[in-house]
Structures are given as structure tokens and as C-alpha cells.
Design a protein around this ligand. Structure first.
Ligand code: HEC
Length: 130
């Protein structure tokens, strides 16, 4: 035997002021929660650079890029004052073999994402070439 519904229940109207403000509230709550999740994921994915740690880690880089990030060899780029995000990207690309350069590769081959972030924060903080 089939039961045929005689009346269809109608979804509550969201036009009522109380319901409306409630749904706006829960929507903004959901957005806030989503933003928190996105922020946590973003921080987890991209380590924050520490320039003091970067200065220590840069000892080996100074031979080519200069003690203050300013190179004296025309084939070695100066890194002082360069954009931090760009430096992170380049260091990782050398490390991962996306950007290939035989001179650079051995020095970045074993760096972690944290090392890259620290080195980038350090070089970005230095005064650029005059
Ligand atoms: C033996 C010399 C040498 C050492 C040591 C060295 N580099 Fe380099 N680096 C180079 C050269 C040469 C290039 C240019 C590569 C090219 O022409 O693509 C370069 C390029 C770079 C770039 C890209 C700059 C740009 O403007 O695109 C970054 C960033 C960098 N090096 C960071 C580092 C860091 C960090 C270290 C230390 C962990 C380091 N390098 C150690 C020689 C060196």
C-alpha cells in the first residue's frame, strides 16, 4: 500500500525578521570559522621567517652573495632588500630543481621550508644596493 502525502510541508519562511537575523548570524559565524581554518592552514603551510636565524644560516651564502647580501661578482645576484616572498620562491625552486643552476643548487639542496623562510626574511631585511 502506498501512502500519498496529502499535504506538503512548506519550509519555514526566512523572511521573518527573527529568522532572518538568525540566519545572517549563523552565516557570519560560518564565515568567521572558515577564515580561522584558512588562516591556520596558511600558517601551517608557509613557515614564518625569522631573520636572526636567517643571519646565522646565511653564513655559507655570504661567500657569493656578500656578507651584507651585496655581491661583488657580476654573475652572483645581490639579495639585500629583495622581496621576501620572491626569495622564498627562488630558494625552494633551486632546492627542488625547478630553477636549475649548478653553482647554487648544492647550497640549498638540504634546506627546509623553515630555512628558506628564515634566509628570505634575513636578506629582505638588509639595505639594498646603493
Ligand atoms: C658558490 C656561490 C653561491 C653560493 C655559496 C650561494 N649562491 Fe645563491 N646564487 C649564486 C648564483 C651564481 C646565482 C644566480 C643563479 C642564476 O644565474 O640563475 C644565485 C642566485 C640566488 C638566488 C636568486 C636571486 C634572484 O634574484 O633570482 C637566491 C635567492 C639565492 N641565490 C640564495 C642563496 C642562499 C640562501 C644561499 C645560501 C644557503 C646561496 N644562495 C648560496 C651563487 C651562490
Amino acid at each position: 500500500m502506498h501512502l500519498v502525502p496529502t499535504s506538503v510541508s512548506i519550509a519555514p519562511s526566512f523572511e521573518e525578521p527573527a529568522m532572518k537575523s538568525l540566519s545572517v548570524l549563523s552565516a557570519s559565524g560560518a564565515i568567521a570559522a572558515l577564515l580561522v581554518v584558512v588562516a591556520v592552514v596558511a600558517v601551517g603551510a608557509e613557515p614564518v621567517g625569522n631573520k636572526a636565524d636567517g643571519a646565522t644560516k646565511a653564513a655559507v651564502c655570504a661567500a657569493c652573495h656578500g656578507p651584507k647580501g651585496i655581491s661583488v661578482n657580476p654573475l652572483w645576484p645581490s639579495l639585500a632588500g629583495q622581496q621576501e616572498a620572491y626569495l622564498v620562491k627562488q630558494i625552494k625552486e633551486f632546492r627542488d630543481g625547478v630553477r636549475v643552476e649548478a653553482t647554487m643548487q648544492p647550497f640549498v639542496a638540504n634546506l627546509t621550508d623553515q630555512d628558506a623562510a628564515d634566509l628570505a626574511a634575513y636578506y629582505a631585511s638588509l639595505s639594498p644596493c646603493p
